[in-house]
Write a protein that binds this ligand. Structure first.
Ligand code: ZN
Ligand code: ZN
Ligand code: FE
Length: 759
């Protein structure tokens, strides 16, 4: 019996080789008809014997294109038309970000094989790609995603490439960045004066790297700064030139085997390392690794990733492992073009490996780690953006402006939230510029006119100022930690009241103090602070953040009589004696010393007490050192108090600090003290949640805030809470740090609006 069906497919189905796959399956199943892009996705009409159609749909379900994501597939039976062939109809591509553009995709296995096949016409061609792989987000100027609207526009396809591009049976059918050595982009190696060097650029670059030189290498979403990962000399040179004394540097390895030689890798981590997103995955270094310790001086972790462009594959075929860190100065945005390269070349890099395919949109590498096989994103960017995140409800379009550091922003449409790529520290002028530019860019791509603007309650954040300048009448300030909790709720599609635990460095509290160790009763439209960590002064405000030793002083001066104990003197060797007196006064009278309940500052204080971190050169350094020092398998905890303050419960760690000082005096192993400290924080969270549950009856606990990037603390806290019978939720799709804030802001703004409309 001859039948005909019409199938409408929604999801990520354009720009991923969907139609050629359908075509191939249809041919194999002996069907006639057509497949075509439509604005909402893809439409298929297929005709043939009834079982052939079943067979075809089964194939499509089992073997969809690698990069496709089928959200919905609706079929209906229609009247047979008697087509004689199956064809891919010329079609208007979608102009919609929801359908039209996946993230940048790492080089696929087939392309990699061709790259190293001396008989292939693209042998060693550094821009090889196909329908399943290659750049997307970073080369598109405008949607729909067509070659003329990408930075490949200026390269005219040669006859052979054109034939591939237009042949539905070819694996490069409709691959927008398709190219070869005859018609596509090319590499050049230049010196610090911008002069091109003779020879094969890849081989020359590998040679220079081998000699300890620093090279700026143009990648997918920006330049990397690269040097060999085994040379202390090269790395310390890179660190001093980049003004990055100790923050960890990512390492790109030639193969997964090479990663395993240096780091411990489990199956989940391997799957992520080799995925099309190719993020940097933070792994534990093996004792036997001969990589320079200078890669991550503060911990035993290594941020590892694998080649994701053909250029990387070629380079890493000559060198086993390379430091590949964002090409920028300090906290500036990643350098993306040859104009900006001038800031780096000659100052940091000795040479640059450049090419002539422009990067339209900068996009840093994503960074993540795994905790008991659950992903934890530290930075969500290349490979993930612009994939939308589903909100638990629909609402008017919102622009959420994010926070100040590790900024990302978020734009919503319907029930989809588009979280931007990593923007960075807005207090840097160039980052702020990148921020404004990126907001306009994403609004344009999404074709959204926001009706609501959401921003952090902090009046001085540049993101707040920008929100006010957008000229949107409906402007909603949102408390920092409420946004943290809401972001995590969105991920888990929770839409009911929870106990929210927000532990981070700092967030603006409506009472004028600095929050960061908070317990809330929260849903999207309300957030009631019910408990917090006891407050201490931050002598000198921001200076106290840069100098953890000041927080240690603050804890001690507030709780104990400093002068009575000569031991404290030796603890505070890092503070000059005259300054120490002034700081003590400031702590006592509060001059320029805001109160904070921040958990991040508690980590700082304890790290400084242990003498492992008096000052920091990057955010979170003290906590990273403290965690990496911790001895595993230690179960003991320190004492802490929970008291009823003015309407709020307050956890005091003063008893713990007293005990830690006693342990230090008696020469207890610091690794044990650090482990006990982590155990104590985790136990205190469970105890506080217990008390809240007994009065409120809520059993869902949501954990958020930058402190929970500490995987040891997160695992311990989850374990304690689960043991106490809670349902625990933590971040898996967006970062717990301020990089996830904008998603929470957007959800809160929509919920508020929907509540207004309902009343
Ligand atoms: Zn490919
Ligand atoms: Zn060509
Ligand atoms: Fe925060």
């Amino acid at each position: 019996m001859r039948k005909r069906i019409r199938a409408v497919v929604n999801g990520r189905v354009q720009g991923v080789g969907f139609r050629p796959t359908v075509y191939n399956h249809a041919i194999k199943s002996n069907l006639t008809g057509f497949v075509k892009n439509i604005p909402s996705g893809v439409i298929i009409e297929a005709e043939g014997e009834g079982e052939s159609i079943t067979d075809f749909l089964e194939r499509l379900r089992k073997e969809p294109p690698k990069q496709a994501y089928i959200e919905a597939l609706h079929t209906e039976e229609i009247r047979p038309l008697g087509d004689v062939v199956f064809e891919i109809s010329p079609s208007t591509r979608s102009g919609d970000l929801l359908i039209g553009m996946p993230p940048d995709l790492a080089t696929c296995d087939e392309c990699r094989d061709e790259l190293f096949d001396s008989k292939n016409r693209r042998y060693k061609y550094p821009f090889i790609n196909c329908t399943n792989c290659g750049p997307r987000f970073t080369i598109v100027q405008e949607l729909p995603y067509d070659r003329e609207k990408t930075s490949m526009d200026s390269f005219k396809l040669c006859d052979q490439c054109y034939a591939e591009y237009t042949d539905p049976g070819d694996r490069r059918f409709d691959a927008q960045p398709n190219a070869c050595a005859v018609c596509g982009p090319a590499l050049t190696l230049i010196d610090d004066k911008g002069e091109p060097l003779p020879g094969n650029p890849i081989e020359e670059t590998a040679g220079l790297l081998g000699n300890g030189r620093i090279i700026a290498i143009k990648g997918l979403g920006g330049y990397h700064l690269s040097c060999v990962a085994t040379s202390n000399e090269a790395i310390s040179l890179l660190r001093s030139r980049k003004n990055r004394p100790s923050k960890a540097l990512a390492v790109m390895f030639s193969s997964i085997e090479e990663v395993k030689r240096h780091c411990e890798v489990n199956e989940t981590e391997e799957r992520e390392l080799t995925s099309f997103a190719r993020p940097v995955v933070i792994l534990h270094r093996r004792d036997t690794s001969d990589l320079s310790k200078l890669i991550s001086p503060d911990s035993e972790d290594i941020g590892a990733f694998l080649p994701y462009t053909p250029l990387h594959y070629l380079l890493l075929s000559q060198i086993d492992c390379l430091v590949m860190t964002s090409g920028n100065l300090a906290e500036e945005p990643i350098v993306k073009d040859e104009q900006e390269l001038r800031r780096v070349l000659g100052n940091i890099a000795d040479f640059a490996l450049i090419h002539n395919r422009p990067i339209v949109r900068r996009c840093d590498d994503s960074v993540m780690k795994f905790i008991q096989n659950k992903p934890l994103l530290i930075r969500r960017s290349r490979g993930f953006v612009p994939e939308p995140i589903e909100l638990p409800f629909e609402g008017p379009p919102v622009i959420a402006c994010g926070a100040e550091l590790k900024n990302t922003f978020c734009i919503t449409r319907g029930n989809k939230a588009f979280l931007s790529q990593h923007i960075g520290d807005l207090t840097e002028y160039t980052s702020y510029h990148f921020y404004k530019e990126s907001i306009d860019d994403l609004l344009r791509l999404l074709k959204v006119e926001p009706e609501i603007v959401a921003h952090d309650m902090h009046p001085d954040y540049l993101s707040t100022r920008h929100a006010q300048k957008l000229g949107i009448g409906n402007i909603v300030p949102i408390q920092h930690h409420h946004a943290h909790i809401a972001a995590c709720m969105v991920e888990h599609k929770i839409n009911e009241p929870v106990i929210g635990v927000a532990f981070d460095g700092a967030g603006y509290g409506p009472d004028g103090t600095v929050w960061g160790g908070e317990f809330f009763l929260a849903d999207y439209s309300s957030c009631q602070r019910v408990a917090h960590i006891r407050q201490y002064r931050m002598p000198g405000g921001e200076e106290a953040i840069r100098n953890p030793i000041r927080m240690a002083l603050s804890y001690i001066v507030t709780d104990f009589e400093l002068k009575a104990d000569s031991y404290y003197g030796s603890l505070f060797r890092a503070i000059p004696p005259d300054e120490s007196g002034i700081l003590q006064q400031m702590i006592k009278n509060g001059f320029r010393s805001p109160l904070t309940s921040s958990c991040g500052r508690l980590f700082d204080a304890v790290a400084a007490l242990l003498g492992i971190c008096d000052t920091i050169s990057y955010e979170g350094q003290a906590a990273i050192r403290l965690q990496s020092l911790s001895k595993s398998g230690e179960n003991a905890t320190y004492p802490f108090d929970i008291a009823q303050g003015d309407g709020l419960k307050v956890i005091s760690f003063s008893p713990m600090i007293r005990k830690i000082i006693a342990d230090l005096k008696s020469g207890k192993e610091k690794a044990v003290i650090s482990a006990m400290f982590h155990n104590t924080i985790a136990a205190s969270v469970a105890e506080m949640c217990n008390q809240i549950r007994s009065s409120e009856g809520i059993t869902k606990v949501v954990l958020s805030g930058g402190v929970f990037q500490n995987d040891m603390l997160l695992a311990l806290t989850e374990e304690n809470l689960k043991k106490a019978g809670f349902e625990v939720y933590s971040h898996q799709k967006v970062p717990p740090n301020d990089g996830g804030i904008a998603l929470g802001q957007a959800a809160i703004a929509i919920a508020g609006q929907n509540a207004n409309n309902a009343s």
